[in-house]
Design a protein around this ligand. Sequence first.
Ligand code: MG
Length: 282
Amino acid sequence: MKNRIKAINSTFAVLLLRKTRIVVCLLLVAMVLGVSSYAAIEVKKYAVHDMERKNPPVINPARRFGQAPSDAIVLFDGTDLVEWESDKGGEAKWKIIDDYMEVPKKAGGIHTEKVFGNCQLHIEWRTPKGLDPKITGQKRSNSGVSFMDKYEVQVLDSYTDDNYKTNRTYADGQAAAIYGQNPPMVNACRKAGKWQSYDISFLRPLFDESGQCIRKARITVIHNGVVVHNNLDIEGTTSHKRKASYKPHGKGRIRLQDHGNPMCFRNIWIRKLPEQPYLIKD
Ligand code: MG
């Protein structure tokens, strides 16, 4: 009997040892993963005024405000559409007139050939003048600028001189809104027929190994020189009449929407931005 108890005890001890080893291994793996993901966002410490700290790269700003600085990728300067492709496949077929491009009927949206993550984008847009005042809401010169194929800043004729009595749409769908999520803080629209600008700083979302969003995308939008979103969290992929949510993805293209309205765009450039605090590889 004693021998039997001894045998059971030793089997139990072996099992316990094996289980302990497995648990220890799992803990080690978890620790390594934890440490590596922490290390990726660890900020290198410097003393105040540390001369060992590198100075940032030197670039040349443009001679005129609104023009591309030396480290920008020029996406459209009125010359050609080589940086763009049609959403329908093949070359972008938007019409170039003078220094701008216009959406021809049924041409479909266009997107950049290159993909981007964190970036700064400058774009100028114009909605057509003389549109019938009976055309209102989302039908009033709808377009949009999307980041990573997914996150749309709305373009629309949202100009009003009567506090929205004659030209109103849902607030999270007016010009400069993060479509379906957040209206701009103020309506800084110019009249239809006038050129308008967006200067946008975009921070991509981050996902962990299991696909969970661990940092939402963030956006700052300056409309005609006015901050209308200030480091705002984006709630997920743009969608219509549905609550936005995240699905993991890599880098994506900049997209200009064709919503069936004759829109115009000009002077488009983009700068790739590093991760803050500049240690996560983009
Ligand atoms: Mg739109």
